[in-house]
Design a protein around this ligand. Structure first.
Ligand code: F6P
Length: 465
């Protein structure tokens, strides 16, 4: 039996903050076993004597699967993670070319970290391992591994949106993105829209050939591009929410509760959402004192300037809406700038009449799926979902779809959600729940790995093993 080797920047170590990728892969690894390789930032106090750099992977014992990490010197790590990954690739993939911070040192660090990881990984891999690389931090990893003579099947999954070819043109080395991807056997993307963008980017490379089965041939390699929408561990989350304590009315004051929960990221459209909620209270006086909005926005990547700015903007906006519409017993926006426990979150979802998931750009957005799974099917809440979330491809027909850029339209949507009849809520919710339960995280991982396996059977490198 082949061993599954998952590789990602972040991995579950101690109580470090996680996110969609870590939660989904943890479920996958607990189910299947295997090895998870991540990257850690070398501690400043590290002397280098205990474990020389790029000498291999550090073992983290415990748990149902193996965990190893590749330690990267702190300033190199910062240029790779805060620099190229989160000040170039993240804004690029989320359509924010205005935020690109193109520095040669960032790109060099990014390539160097991928090379160091490939080096350590190449020594760790066994001939029959199947490698599954995750996310934008590691676009060049397969290329670096192939250069070291690794012939194993290597799949890649991008958790965030694939950038448009026009935006990719803003990179200093625009062609390299598709070149890196061509070293994988299978590239998985969240949505069909992402697959279309990725094909577009391959079209900009003269040597690309588009095959009848949808795959792309570039130089001597063929890569399959396909969408695999990521899911959640739906039935487990459903149970957590069912068992959650009911919220005391005093906890949220008025009768109706709207919930939003994400990392405090500029891609999530939080200022737009706060403005739309302000517009709602402004234009519908009868809702003042009757509906409150809890927004959990957990801190993230605070060393990047754009994240510090969005935080200030939200503090200012929540203050201004609250200043305007608060009363002695009423705080319209409860803005929580902390991470909160998943069990508590499940309870909040269950008891909120409206779930607001209105990003400006988002790979999938698992909060949308968690909100659906958490509802009581006999009296469910309403999901208000932006078309710019990947989840809209699966849930968009049954959620209320909102345009995050249009405050008045979003306010209408929230108001429609607050007054929706139970029968309609049940009908919409049951269709979404069916999708969330069927296309769960296990379905996602199995479909991807099955496809990678099928693809690998037809290629030459298996005969070399
Ligand atoms: O969306 C991509 C992603 O990797 C998610 O898994 C997660 O929500 C987030 O980014 C985590 O970011 P970071 O590892 O930078 O904290």
């Amino acid at each position: 039996m082949s061993r599954l080797v998952v590789v990602s920047n972040r991995m579950p170590l101690g109580d470090k903050p996680s996110g969609g990728l870590v939660v989904a892969l943890k479920d996958t690894m607990e189910e299947r076993g295997g090895l998870w390789v991540g990257i850690t930032r070398e501690d400043a106090s590290f002397t280098g004597a205990e474990m020389p750099r790029s000498q291999g992977l550090e073992n983290h014992p415990g748990g149902p699967f193996e965990r190893k990490s590749c330690s990267i010197e702190a300033s190199l790590y910062d240029d790779y993670y805060l620099g190229y990954a989160n000040s170039v690739l993240w804004p690029l993939c989320h359509g924010r070319t205005d935020l690109l911070d193109l520095r040669l040192s960032f790109r060099e660090a990014y390539l160097e970290v991928n090379r160091q990881l490939a080096d350590a990984l190449a020594r760790e891999l066994r001939p029959d391992d199947v490698v599954w690389v995750h996310d934008y931090h590691l676009f060049p990893l397969a290329d670096a591994l192939r250069r070291k003579g690794v012939f194993n099947p290597i799949g890649f999954f991008l958790h965030i949106p694939f950038p448009s070819s026009a935006n990719v043109g803003a990179l200093s080395n625009a062609g390299e993105l598709a070149e890196w991807l061509s070293s994988y056997d299978l590239v998985g993307l969240q949505t069909n829209r992402d697959v279309a963008s990725c094909l577009e980017v391959f079209r900009t490379l003269k040597e690309s050939e588009f095959l009848m089965d949808g795959s792309v041939r570039y130089r001597d390699r063929t890569v399959d591009l396909k969408s695999f929408p990521i899911g959640i561990e739906a039935s487990a989350f459903q149970k957590i929410a069912q068992n959650a304590e009911p919220l005391p009315r005093a906890a949220h004051g008025p009768q109706k509760l709207i919930i939003g929960a994400e990392r405090l990221d500029y891609s999530k459209g939080l200022p737009h959402r706060f403005k739309a909620f302000g517009h709602l209270l402004e234009t519908r006086e009868e809702l003042r004192g009757e509906v409150s909005f809890v927004q959990i926005a957990s801190p993230t990547r605070e060393d990047v300037q754009a994240y510090r700015e969005i935080r200030e903007q939200l503090e200012q906006l929540s203050g201004s809406v609250n200043g305007r519409f608060s009363d002695i017993n009423y705080t319209p926006i409860q803005y929580i700038n902390r991470m909160i426990d998943r069990n508590r979150l499940a309870g909040l979802y269950r008891h909120a009449q409206v779930g607001l998931v209105t990003p400006l750009a988002d790979g999938m957005n698992l909060v949308a799926k968690e909100y659906v799974a958490a509802q009581d099917p006999s009296d469910p809440g309403v999901l208000v979902l932006s078309n710019f979330a990947g989840a809209a491809e699966q849930l968009g027909d049954h959620a209320l779809t909102a345009n995050p850029y249009d405050a008045a339209q979003m306010a209408d949507c929230i108001s429609q959600a607050l007054s929706m009849e139970r029968a309609e809520r049940i009908e919409r919710h049951s269709a979404m729940l069916e999708n969330v339960l069927n296309e769960d995280v296990d379905w996602w991982a199995s479909s991807f790995l099955r496809h990678l396996e099928d693809k690998s059977m037809g290629t030459d490198f298996l005969s070399l093993l």
